[in-house]
Write a protein that binds this ligand. Structure first.
Ligand code: IFM
Length: 487
């Protein structure tokens, strides 16, 4: 594992963070990110079968307006046009996810070549345009057959995931230099099996904790498989939405609330990932919910702790918490990770913790804007884990308006992105080894339980015609990339 000496020239070049003319290190990846179910469409083509998100979105009442990913933004058929857009922006890297049910429809057995062909063509087109591909194996679309067999709460799913990783690595390993195992497993475990606002929509805290362990195990097993099958030069990462948890006040009670959310939101992943096992306080907080001794089998922690090359951070907003209070605020966007309302908590062992808005300056998701949380996260991760980092998601939804000339002017998104890129520069200047930034998202897309009602793209999509129109934020980002930093 490489760690970077903060005195290198790259860091010195970035040391003017916050000042005009902020420059990022040479080789810094200027990216954008998407995910298969959110953009591909072609849900029943070329052998693809339903994932948990197909089932969930087709269940009345689960997704706003009854929206589904059946067509999404039709990227499956329009990927060449989309790669041209990326090239026009000057992106140097593109982070996308592979659809498990497109590659291995039932989650078992051989790969479907037509599914792999799509990704081969996508990757080849990216490479032809000088854009470095970053493939995420799992961005939430578990084959429905595996959910029917028990889903992430059962151990077998972790082994199935490693087998699928092998199929992907054999097909694409010669041309994808950077792989990520999981995207935001916190959401898969705790929104999918705890609060139920995400697929598969189950609401059992014990299942949520079991899912977390099996996602960790699946990650570790997949790292082992990828190391065996990929060229030695390939790099392996995982992307977590680590919560930047701040206590509302400095009281012992609020600090205790923050500790509990940090345990089940963050250290449940980073503890075993970095060889420390599950934290004792997490095990104590959740002892009445799940039998960890039965769940963790001999050898699991060694698998999960296999070394990785890079750690991805997905950051949108900080998480402000307190102990229960009489004046508790009702809108608590962080309660469900900002992904919808549920009577069931996604925080096993910390159900009574109260969430607060960091400030009133919010995006269309209701998520407060506070870029200091991004620099603080990166600096903390550098200090605590000491490996290269990437911001694998960051961006904002706004209610974009198409002007009379067909253009979309989105200065609020530009402001959000500017603040957060400056925060990345601040972290680099403070010594964090941050290798890239992947803006969420390239295109407007299916925003999970919110359907198409929330737009995160820097490229607008007219869902009726599938016409793509770069917003002013896209032109701004292209200029940032051209200059290699903020002006
Ligand atoms: O759209 C999602 C993405 O799939 C995962 N991270 C957060 C984004 C915005 O909610």
């Amino acid at each position: 594992m490489t760690t970077t000496d903060p005195t290198t020239a790259a860091h010195a070049a970035a040391a003017t963070a916050g000042a005009p003319g902020v420059v990022f290190p040479p080789g810094f990846a200027w990216g954008a990110a998407t995910a298969a179910y959110q953009i591909e469409g072609a849900a029943a083509e070329d052998g693809r079968t339903p994932s948990i998100w197909d089932t969930f979105s087709h269940t009345p009442g689960k997704v706003a307006n009854g929206d589904t990913g059946d067509i999404a933004v039709d990227h499956y058929h329009r990927f060449r046009e989309d790669v041209r857009l990326m090239a026009d922006l000057g992106l140097t890297s593109y982070r996308f996810s592979l659809s498990w049910p497109r590659i291995q429809p039932t989650g078992r057995g051989p790969a479907v070549e037509r599914g792999l062909d799509f990704y081969r063509a996508l990757v080849d087109t990216l490479l032809e345009h000088g854009i470095s591909p970053v493939a995420t194996l799992y961005h939430w679309d578990l084959p429905q057959d595996l959910e029917d067999a028990g889903g992430w709460p059962i151990r077998e799913t972790a082994h199935r995931f490693a087998e699928y990783a092998a199929l992907a690595a054999r097909a694409l390993g010669d041309r994808v230099p950077l792989w990520s195992t999981l995207n935001e497993p916190w959401c898969s475990a705790f929104l999918g099996y705890g609060s139920g606002v995400h697929a598969p929509g189950r609401t059992d805290p014990a299942d949520a904790l079991k899912a977390a362990h099996h996602l960790n195990l699946g990650h570790g097993l997949a790292v082992g498989t990828l190391r065996e099958l990929l060229p030695a030069s390939a790099q392996i990462a995982v992307s977590h939405n680590l919560h930047l948890v701040r206590p509302l006040t400095d009281s012992a009670e609020d600090r205790e609330a923050a500790r509990r959310i940090d345990a089940v939101g963050n250290r449940i992943w980073t503890g075993p990932l970095f060889g420390g096992g599950y934290p004792a306080d997490l095990l104590a907080d959740t002892a009445a919910i799940v039998d960890w001794d039965e769940l963790i089998r001999p050898g699991d922690l060694a698998e999960i702790g296999r070394p990785i090359d890079l750690l991805g951070l997905n950051y949108y907003t900080p998480t402000i918490v307190s102990a229960p209070r009489k004046d508790a605020e009702t809108p608590d966007p962080a309660h469900n990770g900002g992904h919808g309302e549920s009577a069931h908590s996604p925080w096993p062992g910390a159900e009574d913790v109260v969430f607060h808005l960091a400030n009133e300056d919010v995006t269309a998701m209701g998520w407060p804007i506070d870029a200091t949380g991004l620099s603080e996260s990166l600096i903390g991760m550098h200090r605590d884990f000491g490996l290269p980092l990437m911001v694998t998601e960051n961006g904002a939804a706004y209610e974009d308006v198409v002007g009379p000339d067909g253009g979309i002017d989105d200065p609020e998104r530009i402001r959000y992105l500017h603040l957060h890129l400056a925060a990345v520069a601040d972290a680099i200047a403070a010594g964090a080894d941050v290798r890239g930034y992947y803006l969420w998202s390239l295109l407007d897309n299916f925003e999970w339980a919110y359907g198409y009602s929330k737009r995160f793209g820097i490229v607008h999509v007219d869902y009726g015609t599938q016409r793509r129109t770069p917003k002013s934020s896209a032109r701004w980002y292209a200029e940032v990339i051209r200059r290699g930093g903020l002006g």
